[in-house]
Design a protein around this ligand. Sequence first.
Ligand code: AMP
Ligand code: MN
Ligand code: MN
Ligand code: MN
Length: 291
Amino acid sequence: MNTIHALSNADLHCHSKVSDGTLEPEALAARAQANGVELWALTDHDEVGGQARAIEAAGRLGLHYLTGCEISVTFAGRVVHIVGLGFDHEDEALVQGLRETRGGRGERARDMAEGLAQVGIKGAYEGALKYVGNPELISRTHFARFLVDAGHCQDVPEVFRRFLTEGKPGFVPHRWARLSDAVRWVTQAGGEAVIAHPGRYDFTPTEEYALITEFMAHGGRGIEVVTGSHTAAEAAKYTETALEFDLLASRGSDFHSPDESHTDLGKLAALSGRLKPVWEALQPRIIAPSH
Ligand code: AMP
Ligand code: MN
Ligand code: MN
Ligand code: MN
């Protein structure tokens, strides 16, 4: 049986409590199923600790599944995210590479709290920790939730604008994984690497060209076209980019939380029929449900 064409509602980007989402992997799987997702991937930041639970829940609920993660990369002095899909989540080099990528987060969080203390926000480290599901993965999102609930800001985007982005008091520059390493960890573990939400980087056309060509030189073959982080105009733009560079196209909500995310799991526009979906190239890696 050819399952590919039955799997048009693919959502290959979201976060659980294992990184900076607010739902457990099982609750995400149930929400994905309720929303009509047929092929799902959990893509926690720098972490595959939720994969076994996601695979089990997907199988139980009748969802097809691809393993996933979203790797933080420093490229040309900026942060770029690379989504990995369909890899062996027990691959040693991948697991070790992600562990190293996560490694500096604790110290960075303490430095962030120091910066916030200097503008009068006390106890942010301890505050943020209360929102953390995985002690190895304290992120800016956890600080943002603390600052909202403590009454410093109205919502999470306001916290980022005022406190957590470059030049703001809680921002601490950080050296993440190399682009070449991130792509290699994923591809050598049998998966495909995908440039996440390219419209979010504010790159000049020259910088974007450098990112795509270097990514491809390292063996990357995919790009997110339809994502909760893109406007319809950006999806149209990156449809043309995917065609121009002959990249495989991906689709994912980037869902984090029912209270924060504008795009729910599976509630996304279709990929253009002119594109090659990344999940077709990953067909042998798709884990079919048990019944
Ligand atoms: P970190 O990996 O700790 O730098 O945190 C990055 C995470 O912060 C992203 O994955 C998003 O979930 C969240 N984020 C980044 N920028 C914003 C923003 N402007 N508004 C809301 N959330 C954001
Ligand atoms: Mn996130
Ligand atoms: Mn991202
Ligand atoms: Mn994401």
